[in-house]
Design a protein around this ligand. Structure first.
Ligand code: HXC
Length: 257
């Protein structure tokens, strides 16, 4: 598929989606939203893809939702079109996703990064939810995912003052999985994706589903959910292969079944 605002590449069992609106620092307009969601859901259905990476440019992962596009709208426009709700479909992607963030990840950019499963940050990354400065609040889950990721103290600070945090603060706060030198960001993200894609894909999907369950339920229900999926892994060929390979002291060859 030809896209206008993103680039999509395949590397073996991984896929890379690059936001590509350099003139607007990858501001997330409705076209970007539709294209990222379309690409991610298409790749998610592809049996030859085991993990997805989403990245931006060196200067900006994404500087937020597109302010100029949003500006003229009234309540009925955004309510009736359910503005931004299509991003929820990115959260429905079942394969592991990695956000590789360099430069600005503000507003919707930070929210997009937080929708991914692993957040790799370049040492140049800058995170924030500055919507309040524009007279709005986060609209793609920022107030919820940021609070779950870093707690009330810092989420309130960021959402109420609109201040940004650098990569070090974001990592200390628990927003970021790992910080890497900016020059190595994409290589690291693709190699992490390749590592994951080399595991059994259905098992990786179950691991993702199980971790995500922790945000939706009580501990007892979450542990029960995990145990049911753990039991289900014994129905896969890949469990047989993984445990046989360990016993036979060789590298497993997963068939993703
Ligand atoms: C539309 C944007 C944009 C955005 C940058 N641009 N961010 N256009 N929407 N979110 C455009 C600028 O207008 C400018 O276009 C070009 O990109 C380069 O940006 P500059 O500002 O000139 O770059 P710089 O001086 O380096 O500053 C970078 C920046 C700043 C600090 C990231 O651009 C900035 O503050 N952007 C807005 C960040 C923000 O508030 N994001 C949250 C948005 S609301 P021209 O044509 O002038 O060259 C949101 C949540 C939505 O995301 C949910 C609520 C409904």
């Amino acid at each position: 598929t030809e896209y206008e605002t993103i680039l999509v590449e395949r590397h073996d069992r991984t896929a890379l989606i690059t936001l590509n609106r350099p003139k607007a620092l990858n501001a997330l307009d409705l076209t970007v939203m539709a294209e990222v969601v379309d690409a991610a859901t298409t790749l998610d259905r592809d049996p030859d893809v085991g993990a997805l990476v989403i990245t931006g440019s060196a200067k900006a992962f994404a500087a937020g939702a597109d302010i100029k596009e949003m500006r003229p709208n009234g309540y009925m426009d955004v309510y009736l079109s359910d503005w931004f709700s299509a991003w929820d479909r990115l959260g429905d992607v079942r394969k592991p996703t990695i956000a590789a963030v360099s430069g600005y990840a503000l507003g919707g950019g930070c929210e997009l990064a937080m929708m991914c499963d692993i957040l790799l940050a370049a040492d140049t990354a800058v995170f924030g939810q500055p919507e309040i400065k524009l007279g709005v609040i986060p609209g793609i889950g920022g107030s919820q995912r940021l609070t779950r990721a870093i707690g009330k103290a810092k989420a309130m600070d960021l959402c109420l003052t609109g201040r940004t945090m650098d990569a070090d603060e974001a990592e200390r706060a628990g927003l970021v999985s790992r910080i890497v030198p900016a020059a190595d960001l994409l290589t690291e993200a693709l190699s992490t994706a390749a590592t994951i894609a080399g595991m059994s894909t259905p098992i990786a999907m179950m691991a993702k589903e199980s971790v995500n369950r922790a945000f939706e339920t009580t501990l007892a229900e979450g542990v029960r959910f995990e145990r049911r999926l753990f039991h289900a892994t014994f129905a896969t060929a890949d469990q047989k292969e993984g445990m046989a390979a360990f016993t036979e002291k060789r590298t497993p060859s997963f068939t993703h079944r």
